[in-house]
Design a protein around this ligand. Structure first.
Ligand SMILES: Cc1cc2nc3c(=O)[nH]c(=O)nc-3n(C[C@H](O)[C@H](O)[C@H](O)COP(=O)(O)OP(=O)(O)OC[C@H]3O[C@@H](n4cnc5c(N)ncnc54)[C@H](O)[C@@H]3O)c2cc1C
Length: 269
């Protein structure tokens, strides 16, 4: 690989100005048994950018169900809550689709049951208010790799679906996606050459054992993975130890952790 090729494959980290935006629910659509797509709208969305499928926004919900939504505001020392206000509930979600000019943002929520955000979306109505913060930064993976491996559970499905829509027709993408309910599998749109493996949830190692058994193509590849914390540790091991992938070509993140609230961690080392 010469220098210009290696530069073209360098991951880019982009910082964005942190903004908090107050938005309204415009529309809610059932995508599959456990997925709701919520279209958020508002003038505050003008200028919204999300440079990578790996991005997240902080979704902000009222501190207590049924109470007014109080959001942090820009002040002399940065963002702060008004004195005495209770911090809103904050959870990370992927900007699935957006139109900064029209002021629209789609987020796809998994109805996993036991959580403030999951319960909120199950009861959300048009006109309900939410806040979003960020994205504060983006991890931009070049599209020019010879192959792209995308691995995850339902929480990663919005990011994977977005990435597949963004990849060019010259790309080769391999997906390994775990769902608890086969009804949540969906048609994935991509111009790229696409190989899809659906995995049924079971033991922690279900995703990892499928990844370990893959015959990965030759050439320069990048693996992106997101899902439950223990499962992601096993997937990362399958990639780095099992397939001998360079750690710099693997991005594995915990998007949630069994028994923890609002967990987010990028795995490394
Ligand atoms: C960068 C990033 C992007 C994300 N993008 C999306 C997205 O686009 N769509 C999406 O649906 N989720 C996404 N997630 C995952 C989402 O943030 C978590 O599932 C979050 O915990 C949900 O908040 P909650 O209030 O419903 O549950 P919490 O209050 O955080 O958790 C309550 C309980 O539910 C459990 N729990 C949390 N998530 C799950 C789950 N998926 N399955 C089973 N049990 C769970 C927790 O372990 C805890 O015991 C993303 C996470 C990150 C870090």
């Amino acid at each position: 690989m010469n220098t210009s090729e290696s530069n073209a494959l360098a991951v880019e980290r982009v910082r964005h100005e942190t903004k908090v935006r107050r938005l309204q629910v415009l529309h809610i659509e059932q995508v599959s048994p456990h997925f709701l797509r919520v279209r958020l709208a508002g003038d505050a969305l003008r200028g919204f950018v999300s440079a990578s499928f790996d991005d997240h926004v902080k979704l902000m919900l009222p501190a207590q169900p049924g109470t007014p939504l109080v959001l942090p505001e820009a002040g002399p020392d940065g963002l702060a809550l008004p004195p005495g206000a209770e911090r809103p509930v904050m959870r990370d979600y992927t900007p699935r689709r957006f139109d900064g000019e029209a002021g629209l943002l789609d987020i796809e929520f998994l109805l996993h049951g036991d959580g403030v955000a999951s319960r909120w979306v199950g009861q959300a109505r048009e006109g309900d208010e939410v806040g979003i913060g960020g994205p504060r930064g983006s991890f931009v993976v070049p599209t020019g790799f010879d192959w792209h491996l995308l691995v995850g559970d339902e929480t990663a499905l919005p990011a994977i679906a977005r990435r597949l829509e963004e990849l060019p027709e010259t790309a080769h993408a391999i997906t390994v996606i775990e769902t608890a309910d086969a009804g949540d599998r969906r048609a994935l749109n991509s111009r790229a050459h696409l190989q899809t493996h659906w995995v049924r949830s079971g033991e922690v190692s279900a995703l990892a054992s499928t990844v370990r058994a893959l015959a990965l193509p030759s050439g320069e590849g990048f693996a992106w993975a997101a899902g439950e914390a223990a499962s992601m540790v096993a997937v990362r091991q399958a990639l780095v130890q099992g397939h001998g992938m360079d750690k710099a070509r693997v991005r594995a993140s915990a998007y949630w952790k069994r028994g923890s609230v609002g967990h987010h961690e990028t795995l490394g080392g």
